[in-house]
Design a protein around this ligand. Structure first.
Ligand code: FES
Length: 122
């Protein structure tokens, strides 16, 4: 019977556009099947509430707001399984960085289309 959960290292790439980004590593208690998003939420709840990331639906893979780079690969944090050896999580590199894991993921055209549609001009 295992009593203590194993901790896994999660490295998060942090920063804002004007400054150099830096890595911060957190030990997160590992549960079988947990997602990368679960780990980041755990860090924000228990260790550092200043980490910026975005999500809305948790698991439904519907909002698409949780897209990040997991070990350099674009993934939905809510569906990406955390590796039992830990992962590096960073912002998408092909999008404009806002802060930490948050990037401007909605293409400007789509914003415009939504606005026009709301006005009945779309
Ligand atoms: S949180 Fe909505 S798709 Fe991941």
């Amino acid at each position: 019977m295992s009593s203590h959960p194993k901790n896994v290292p999660i490295t998060i790439l942090r920063g804002v556009p004007e400054e150099e980004t830096y890595e911060e590593t957190f030990d997160v208690p590992y549960r079988e099947g947990m997602s990368v998003l679960d780990a980041v939420v755990w860090i924000r709840t228990n260790v550092d509430s200043s980490i910026a990331f975005r999500y809305s639906c948790v698991n439904a893979n519907a909002c698409k707001e949780c897209m990040v780079a997991v070990d350099g690969k674009t993934e939905y944090a809510c569906t990406a399984r955390l590796s039992s050896d830990g992962n590096t999580v960073g912002p998408l590199t092909n999008k404009v960085l806002i802060r930490d894991l948050v990037t401007d993921i909605v293409p400007p055209k789509e914003n415009l289309r939504t606005i026009l549609a709301e006005r009945g001009e779309g």
